[in-house]
Ligand binder design. Sequence first.
Ligand code: NA7
Length: 550
Amino acid sequence: MPANTVRKEAEAPDSVDDVDVLIVGAGFSGLYQLHRLRQRGFAAKIYEAAPELGGIWYWNCYPGARCDTHGPLYQFSDEELWRDWDFDELYPSWDKIRAYFRYVDAKLDLSRDIRFNTRVSRAEFDEATSTWVVEAENGQVARARFLVLCTGIGSKPYLPEIPGMSDFKGKVYHTAYWPQEGVDLSGKRVGVIGTGATGVQVIQETAPVASHLTVFQRTPNMALPMRQRKLDAAAKRELKTGLLEKYEKRARTFGGYEYDFYDYGGASSDAYTPEQVQSMYEEYWEAGGFVPWLGNFANIWTDERANLVAYEFWRDKVRQRIEDPSVAEKLAPTVPPHPYGVKRLSLEQNYFEAFNSPNVRLVDLRETPIERLTAEGVLTSDGVEHKIDVLVLATGFDMVSGGLTAMEIKGPSGQTLRDKWKGGISAYLGSATQGFPNMLFVYGPQAPAGLSNGPSSSELQGEELVQLLTYMRDNGHRRIETKKEADDAWRQRIDEYAAGTLFGRADSWYMAANVPGKARQMINYPMGLPDYLTRWAEAKSAGYAGFDIR
Ligand code: NA7
């Protein structure tokens, strides 16, 4: 972990925690588990690496960090909570989301069952007692009947190996290790590597304050207009209207949002004339947010021709905002670098205008890759040394599975989860994997996870696990493990579906292709939440088919 990471001193090891369920992670998923399991009479505890609640919202406090989902749906759906809570902007910033978590904590009294500054490093299954023995870096130990991993999709930062890192005399920060006290970037020469969702936010926030900003882009981001707005009292009231129905609708939409492909475009753009499609696209564009993506026609994910129409609409809109045609060609190329929407899009506010500022320079790493860092900056292959005081690595994460494989988790055979998944992941219902009994995970691999709204998945998938654990307890069962054939069939189903889409045409984290050496595969469940929940319902109605329960 880099030296600039802010972590308070670890608490002194305490006695062994003896619990029914040990939950790892205090973000949306972990807190939902804790609250619901306690309601059902389980003794549960969370171990959390950070000194506060909030999961990624503790670590991601870089300039401009905010969520890409409307605030009203970026919350728990419990009316007791949302009735008295408002964000002051449509898309809340990291600090306001943290304030929300503190509010939830006060309402539900969660912290009493959370050990903070407690990063789980190891877990081993004890076959004799059918329990997990879990150890944290600070020496804290738990013994638990069930281990529920809620480490989220972005808890293991990815730091690329760039030659010369130790030669560089300036400061280097990965966005997820941003110092809690902040970094003053005003008047500094700042470099940003990466233009994913994070890079876009950092870039648009830093351009106005840095003396000079150099953006190192490998792949352009097909970012969509956020349409951010401040919320006055009337707007807050308005957003609460019908909110209950919107929460209920989440389970019936692909991504767990309040809208779906079918509310706007429909299954196929072929049902409309080209003129009608363009006029619908204008409407989506005005709506902004993810509407031009997840509210688009469903066939943009499968039909190259329809996808190209969507790309060209995006490209032409964006190019109008960029003054220099050569910069426009790099940010929004004539020919799409990959199909539209098969790599995570970001929401932007003034990202493209930032490149019109004389202090901002775009470096296309496809043309001039980074050779190494020097004492004073970044040397690219054209021999240019880009002088930099602060280098920001917005290079992302070992997405979806990295938080799980970062821990040394050992099943009864002695094999670790990391080793098991080296050649690829198979995880039945995106919630468990054979060889690791009594271990479940939420919002992780082969669940809707990264293709869904986080709080929606945390609750909808999370509730399935709560029911499963309750079923185990109420029927006197002590051990549950998926069957290998169930894992394999689940993976096959995902792979086959993904092969019929355009997802494979981009090197994205959706395809586990953003971290060198990681096995390439569709790492999320790409058929949407309704289909996913149907699979759970089917398994349940057949007595939890696919699991070996004893
Ligand atoms: P992402 O979306 O994985 O983006 C990482 C960016 O960093 C992306 O532009 C990468 O380029 C770039 N990158 C990664 N490694 C390198 C190297 N070695 N050299 C140059 N550029 C590199 O991570 P984010 O943090 O932005 O977002 C993660 C998720 O968090 C996001 O999707 C939301 O769900 C929230 P590439 O595109 O691979 O060419």
